[in-house]
Design a protein around this ligand. Structure first.
Ligand SMILES: NC(=O)c1ccc[n+]([C@@H]2O[C@H](COP(=O)([O-])OP(=O)(O)OC[C@H]3O[C@@H](n4cnc5c(N)ncnc54)[C@H](O)[C@@H]3O)[C@@H](O)[C@H]2O)c1
Length: 316
């Protein structure tokens, strides 16, 4: 296949690009190395991929449609649109810019798909769309509850995707990812913070009492779900939860790290932030039945794998 991956230098995107290249697909990665976190990390993420003749890299901003359009040739099989300003908590503190990149940017990439005749469009949505809805979260909820600017942009993007799938020859598949973790994890995400506390003695700020829970999902399982979605052509518009289906309390995750490393995290408890869900929990029945999604790495194994990766890639 010949595929476009936006945000391909980021955490999930670079893991996806490596997987696609390993399986002999051709990849065009579009990323602007934005400064949400250190762009050097992103450059390192794709350093190996750039040695592969099947990999092309376009350093461009998804806000600049005309530049991207003028460079891209035809005959792509699918777009996997991962580029976004991420971070629920950051969006609560600094909401400016989220709509511009996440919504206008998504509209641009949809317009690109229409113009270049690319029919399969995979969108990285988020469990944060559910806010504090009843658990487990089901895709068919009529009223969603996005309680942060970031989550709102993901919901708006799904609505845009629906509009495009109705007007044009596009299959829009929205994948709601649940707390993805694994090698190259974003520095702002909690497992990196826990590891930083254990291995570098950094303070670990816990918002609340540690009882909030997340449905942590290993990046390899997310990539399997993305691949199935690329191949799924039976519907013009579909939404799938990609999550393990097994929420774990933050305090339990910290305990796992402490047990595996035989060390203690240096915890500082601070007040909860409004706008974050208390719990995320995927009902993944639909993804299992329709996409054959089958998450294989439970959190006990995944945390071990993550610690191994972290120890070999410690910086600072
Ligand atoms: N990591 C998670 O747990 C999680 C959960 C739910 C949804 N998601 C979604 O999955 C996608 C990937 O997330 P990630 O964790 O890998 O984040 P990431 O920040 O590591 O990757 C996003 C990439 O997009 C690029 N980007 C940002 N703005 C851009 C722009 N204007 N033009 C071009 N490129 C741009 C960044 O440089 C980065 O490399 C995002 O859409 C995110 O919202 C992630």
């Amino acid at each position: 296949m010949k595929l476009i991956v936006t945000g391909g230098a980021g955490f999930i995107g670079s893991n996806l690009c490596d997987y696609l290249l390993y399986n002999n697909h051709k990849v065009l990665c579009i990323d602007n190395f934005d400064n949400y976190y250190n762009p050097k990390i992103k450059s390192n993420n794709i350093a190996n991929a750039r040695k592969n003749k099947n990999f092309k890299f376009l350093k461009a901003d998804i806000k600049d449609l005309s530049i991207i359009e003028s460079i891209i040739d035809d005959n792509y099989d699918a777009i996997i649109h991962l580029a976004a300003k991420a971070g629920v908590r950051y969006s609560l503190e600094y909401p400016v810019g989220y709509e511009e990149i996440n919504v206008v940017g998504t509209r641009n990439i949809l317009a690109l798909a229409v113009k270049k005749g690319i029919k399969q469009f995979i969108f990285a949505s988020s469990s944060s769309i559910y806010g504090n809805s009843p658990t487990p979260f089901k895709e068919n909820y009529n009223s969603l509850n996005p309680i942060s600017p970031y989550a709102q942009t993901k919901l708006l993007s799904e609505e845009l995707g629906k509009e495009y799938s109705e007007k044009y020859d596009i299959n829009f598949i929205s994948l709601r990812f649940f707390s993805v973790y694994g090698p190259r994890l974003r520095p702002d995400l909690v497992m990196n913070k826990i590891a930083g506390s254990i291995f570098k003695g950094e303070k670990l700020k816990i918002f609340g009492d540690g009882s909030s829970a997340r449905d942590y999902t290993y990046v390899d399982d997310i990539i399997s779900g993305i691949i199935s979605a690329i191949e799924y052509k039976k519907s013009k518009f579909e939404i799938f939860n990609l999550g393990n289906g097994n929420p774990i309390k933050l305090s339990e995750i910290i305990k796992l790290f402490e047990t595996y490393t035989n060390s203690r995290a240096n915890i500082e408890y601070v007040d909860t932030i409004k706008g974050e869900s208390e719990i995320t929990w995927a009902d993944n029945t639909k993804a299992k039945e329709v996409l054959g999604f089958n998450p294989k790495i439970n959190v006990e194994k995944g945390v071990k794998l993550f610690i191994d990766w972290y120890k070999n890639n410690i910086t600072g």
